[in-house]
Design a protein. Structure first.
Length: 316
């Protein structure tokens, strides 16, 4: 029976939501799990430059895994695929153009595109494509999957209310105070089954001005790129609603440590690559030496200029 009256809860938002027509799930790794089950995937070819959680999902579900390498420009070096083998293609920092992706999926029809770092791009029609929400917005979970296959079983709906404290806490306090809770939330999904997106996350995603977010991210990216052009060992392209600015420097470890002193926190996105790959590989160099500089909607031009001043004072 529906409750009526009592204290007020969070408002229900009704703004247009990006990826409205996709399958809304609880996390990115479970979007892949959904595809593995629905498409009966038995073998997959993954890039070596990748978060270990993706391979963990595959092995947990009994999928045979092969690996391929990437170039220093994030492009895949795809081996000859076996019959019925799937290609898992990651769009790192949104640096693979749509034209390039279309060429790949034309050559390899059994391709899954991981757009976790390119939320504001549109999927290629007919291509299984994964987007995750936590990397872009203040929500504790959420992923979108574009696919024409259907999982033939009922999914339960996730609940997020007990996992919101680190999101709400950072809004009013500092990231340091809630870092452990945030890290614990990331680990939480390793054991979670495939579920529908929570009503709370679904609602929050309907309260976002996506066009304003996109413009702010792109403007911040542009400021960082102009300030670091000639110093960045990567030649980067502007990606729609940029994820982070990938600054490649051989002094990455020193810069990262010094930036912490200024309360600027730069992650090593996939530390597993440093143990899984040899030092001479492109994957090792990219994982070790890329500084993913924040350029998201929380910050403005003054913040980007501040970050640039810190980086330049450390390097020069």
């Amino acid at each position: 029976m529906k409750e009526i009256g009592g204290y007020m809860e969070l408002d229900t938002y009704g703004l247009p939501m990006r990826h409205e027509g996709a399958v809304a799930l609880n996390c990115g790794r479970n979007a892949l799990a959904y595809l593995i089950e629905a498409r009966n995937i038995k073998q997959i070819c993954l890039p070596r430059f990748l978060c270990s959680s993706v391979e963990d999902v595959c092995r947990k579900l009994g999928v045979r895994v092969r690996h391929y390498q990437i170039t220093a420009e994030f492009k895949p070096v795809v081996p000859q695929l076996y019959e019925e083998e799937w290609l898992y293609l990651v769009n790192y920092y949104g640096q693979l153009s749509r034209e390039f992706l279309e060429k790949i999926v034309l050559e390899y029809p059994r391709t899954i595109v991981d757009n976790a770092q390119h939320y504001f791009s549109d999927p290629i029609p007919g291509v299984d494509t994964i987007y995750t929400c936590r990397k872009y917005f203040g929500v504790p979970d959420g992923a979108f999957l574009y696919t024409d296959t259907v999982l033939n079983r009922e999914l339960s709906v996730d609940e997020s209310c007990t996992r919101m404290s680190f999101v709400l806490g950072r809004y009013e306090r500092t990231a340091t105070e809630f870092y452990r809770e945030s890290a614990a939330n990331n680990r939480f999904f390793a054991g979670e089954p495939v579920k529908k997106m929570s009503r709370l996350t679904w609602n929050l995603l309907h309260g976002i001005d996506y066009e304003a977010v996109r413009k702010r991210r792109e403007e911040n990216f542009r400021i960082l790129d102009e300030g670091l052009k000639g110093k960045n060992r990567l030649v980067v392209r502007m990606a729609e609603g940029a994820f982070m600015y990938p600054f490649l420097t051989e002094d990455a470890e020193k810069v990262r440590e010094k930036l912490i002193e200024h309360r600027v926190y730069i992650p090593v996105l996939w530390p597993n690559v440093l143990t899984d790959c040899n030092e001479g590989t492109a994957e090792y160099r990219l994982a070790k030496n890329i500084l993913p500089l924040p350029c998201d909607q929380r910050y403005d031009a003054d913040d980007m200029i501040t970050v640039l001043s810190y980086v330049n004072s450390i390097l020069y």
